[in-house]
Write a protein that binds this ligand. Structure first.
Ligand code: ADP
Ligand code: MN
Length: 255
């Protein structure tokens, strides 16, 4: 049972807030004071109507369910006090879109969050199914919730596929990689069965987690693309798909 607690309510605002901040303080590593302040502001602006439970607690970020004014939302909150951000430097610093950010952890995380929003926008414009990005504010990314009635769609990893379903999904994944590459000028750079959701209604794959995605100008973009291709082939090989990495690369980079 998931109870949605109101962050903000028209009646008796301050009391609810106090109660809520007490609850949120418990998860101190997630909701530090600056993060709480942003959440309150977003709530006052009506962008978030209510915060829900955690969908995922990862190494660098936690994802929460939230109720928006007109649709369900996913709120991805990067942890400032996280020790694994060294790796982010390599992605951010070599990205021509982020040349003048200061070299400290907070700024790198904020730039990372903005980059994920931008990457999602570019992917969406290119015709790749991704969560619709809403906004990025400091370390908080708000996007469309991919799921129904508070239940997120399953990861590709946890989806049981039969018959020609795997081939159908594989073909769409490859087409999305091609669209990303040719139209969005991007390589996902962390693509695998862990970062693809499956819409159970029509079996469309949904690419997520694009913070580390890079433009083709990034010096390591080709290496990242090759790794993505290998991950996808490794996963789908269990369903009898035996394409060669070189064939797939050719398809993705085709004119
Ligand atoms: P991480 O960096 O922790 O891997 P992800 O962006 O992959 O962050 O999100 C972690 C998990 O949260 C995903 O595996 C997925 O289950 C869930 N999730 C992320 N974004 C959404 C979304 N927009 N809608 C529904 N669930 C999501
Ligand atoms: Mn992920």
């Amino acid at each position: 049972e998931k109870k949605i607690k109101r962050i903000d309510r028209a009646k008796d605002k301050s009391r609810v807030r106090e109660k809520d901040s007490e609850r949120l303080k418990v998860e101190e590593n997630v909701f530090d004071i600056p993060t709480l302040k942003i959440l309150y502001t977003l709530s006052n602006k009506g962008i978030i109507k209510a915060m829900g439970g955690a969908i995922s607690t990862g190494k660098e970020a936690n994802v929460f369910y939230a109720e928006g004014p007109d649709k369900e939302l996913a709120v991805k909150i990067y942890r400032i006090a996280s020790s694994t951000f060294k790796a982010m430097d390599a992605y951010i610093m070599k990205d021509p879109r982020f040349t003048n950010i200061r070299n400290n952890k907070r700024d790198i995380i904020f730039a990372w969050t903005r980059k994920e929003l931008q990457n999602l926008k570019r992917a969406k414009s290119a015709g790749v199914r991704v969560p619709e990005p809403v906004l990025a504010e400091k370390n908080i990314l708000i996007m469309e919730f991919m799921g129904e009635k508070e239940i997120p769609y399953p990861l590709l990893k946890n989806t049981y596929l039969e018959g020609d379903e795997a081939k159908l999904i594989f073909d769409t994944v490859v087409e999305y990689m091609r669209l990303l590459y040719k139209k969005a000028n991007l390589v996902h750079a962390d693509l695998s069965e862990y970062n693809i959701l499956i819409d159970p209604k029509d079996l469309t794959p949904i690419f997520i987690d694009m913070g580390q995605s890079v433009t083709l100008e990034h010096p390591n973009s080709q290496e990242f693309l090759y790794r993505d291709v290998q991950n996808i082939l490794r996963f789908f090989s269990r369903y009898g798909i035996k394409d060669k990495p070189e064939e797939l690369l050719k398809k993705i980079q085709a004119e």
